[in-house]
Write a protein that binds this ligand. Structure first.
Ligand code: SF4
Ligand code: SF4
Length: 386
C-alpha cells in the first residue's frame, strides 16, 4: 500500500504553503521520514515544470512560491540543492528567470542546471527502452524530486508527476523520442522507463491553481486548492486525475501503462490517502482534455488507417495565429506532417494527417493557443467528443 498526502491549500503564500507541506510530511512520517528521504547533505535535484518562458504566477509552470516553500523545508536537511529542466522550446535559463524560480534559487543558494550535458546509460529490466541519454545533473543527483503542475495534456490527457520528468531528456532529443514512439502506449511506457533511469524519489504536485482545457500551455486556470505529496509518482498522479474527474485512473494513458506494466500503485485500493478526504476535494466541472476511454489508446493494434480516421487531430484557429512557425519547428515529423503555406500573403501551418503521429507538440508549444485538438466525424460518431 502506497501512502500519499493530500493537502488543501488555497493561496500562493510562502509561509502558508510551507506550513501545509510540513503538514503533509508530518502525515507521511515527519522528521524521521524526511531524514530517510534526504540523507544529510545529499545532492538533491528539483525538477520543476518549465515548459516555456512564462511570467510569475502562470499556471503553465511550477509556481515560484511553491518552489520557495519546498526549498525552505529541504534546507533543514541539505545544503546541496540544485534545480533544472529542459523545456520543449526555448531557453531554460530564461524560463527560470521569467517565472521567478531563478530569483528564489539565488536567494537560497540553489544551483541552476541547464540540462544540456547528457550521460548515456543502459536500463536493464526496462519495460521498453534500454538505452538512454539523460541530463547528467538529474542522473547523478542522490535525490530527485519532481515538482509538477497539475495540467491537461492533449496526448497524455493529463500531465503530473510522471510526465513532468520528460524534461530530463535534453533539448531536441525529446523530439526524437516522439518519432521513435509514435504510438501513445509506447510513449507512455518510455516515460515510465525514464523515471526508473532517473530514479525519481518523490513528487510534490502543485494543484492549487491547475490548468484545464487546452493544456498544457494554452488552457485555462482552475482553482483546485490541492497539494499532493508522495514517493509513488503513480499514486500521486492517480489521486490527481481522480480529483479532476476521471473516476477510473486507468482512463488516462500513462496510468493505464503503469497498471499494465505493474510499475506502481494506481488503483484506489492500493493507495492510502492521508490528510483530506478525496471525496471532499473532487470537482465535477473541470474541463478535461479527453474524457478517457479513447479508441486510439485502448486498441494498441489499431491500424494506421483506422487511427487516422478516429484519432483526434491538431486544428488551427486561424484568427489567433501569429504566423511564427514554431509549430513546424517543434514537430518531430517536420516537414512531412506540417508545413507553412501562404494564404493571402501570410504563412499558416498546414497538416498532412497521414504523416502526423498525434504527439501534439505543435498544440503544446504554440505561443498563442492557436492550435486545439478535434475529433473526426467518425470519432464523434463513436462517442469521442471534443
Ligand atoms: S499555429 Fe501557433 S505556432 Fe503555428 S504559426 Fe500559428 S501562432 Fe505560430
Ligand atoms: S503535426 Fe503536430 S501532432 Fe502531428 S506530428 Fe507534428 S507536432 Fe506532432
Amino acid at each position: 500500500m502506497e501512502r500519499i498526502a493530500l493537502i488543501k491549500c488555497s493561496e500562493y503564500r510562502v509561509n502558508l504553503i510551507e506550513e501545509k507541506l510540513r503538514e503533509g510530511f508530518e502525515l507521511l512520517g515527519g522528521d524521521i521520514y524526511l531524514r530517510k528521504l534526504i540523507p544529510h547533505n545529499s545532492k538533491v535535484l528539483l525538477k520543476p515544470n518549465l515548459l516555456s518562458v512564462e511570467k510569475i504566477g502562470s499556471p503553465v509552470v511550477t509556481n515560484n512560491v511553491v518552489f520557495e516553500a519546498v526549498i525552505k523545508i529541504l534546507k533543514d536537511y541539505t545544503n546541496n540543492i540544485s534545480f533544472g529542466d529542459s523545456p520543449g522550446f526555448g531557453d531554460s535559463k530564461r524560463a527560470a528567470e521569467k517565472c521567478g524560480l531563478m530569483e528564489v534559487a539565488n536567494k537560497y543558494g540553489v544551483k541552476f542546471e541547464n540540462f544540456n550535458e547528457a550521460v548515456h546509460v543502459k536500463l536493464e529490466n526496462s519495460i521498453l527502452c534500454k538505452s538512454w541519454n539523460v541530463a547528467k545533473a538529474a542522473y547523478e543527483a542522490d535525490v530527485v524530486i519532481s515538482l509538477p503542475k497539475l495540467k491537461t495534456h492533449a496526448m497524455a490527457y493529463y500531465t503530473g508527476a510522471i510526465k513532468n520528468q520528460f524534461g530530463c531528456v535534453p533539448g531536441t532529443q525529446k523530439a526524437a523520442w516522439h518519432t521513435r514512439m509514435p504510438d501513445a502506449h509506447n510513449f507512455c511506457k518510455m516515460l515510465l522507463d525514464l523515471n526508473t533511469v532517473i530514479g525519481t524519489d518523490f513528487a510534490i504536485l502543485d494543484g492549487i491553481i491547475a490548468m484545464q482545457g487546452n493544456g498544457p500551455k494554452n488552457g485555462r486556470p482552475y482553482k483546485l486548492n490541492s497539494l499532493i505529496l508522495g514517493e509513488s509518482l503513480s499514486a500521486v498522479d492517480s489521486v490527481a486525475v481522480r480529483l479532476i474527474g476521471y473516476d477510473d485512473p486507468l482512463d488516462t494513458p500513462v496510468l493505464k501503462e503503469v497498471y499494465d506494466s505493474n510499475w506502481g500503485a494506481v488503483l484506489p485500493k492500493d493507495i492510502e490517502i492521508l490528510g483530506e478526504d478525496i471525496d471532499n476535494m473532487k470537482v465535477n466541472d473541470f474541463e478535461l482534455c479527453r474524457k478517457g476511454g479513447d479508441f486510439y489508446f485502448i486498441n494498441p493494434r489499431v491500424t494506421n488507417f483506422l487511427r487516422n480516421m478516429i484519432a483526434p487531430y491538431p486544428f488551427l484557429i486561424e484568427d489567433k495565429c501569429i504566423n511564427c512557425s514554431r509549430c513546424m519547428q517543434v514537430c518531430p515529423e517536420n516537414p512531412k506532417a506540417i508545413s507553412m503555406v501562404n494564404k493571402n500573403g501570410k504563412m499558416y501551418p498546414e497538416w498532412n494527417m497521414k504523416q502526423c503521429i498525434r504527439c501534439f507538440c505543435c498544440q503544446e508549444l504554440c505561443p498563442v493557443g492557436a492550435i486545439e485538438t478535434k475529433h473526426s466525424t467518425l470519432g464523434k460518431l463513436l462517442g469521442y467528443n471534443d
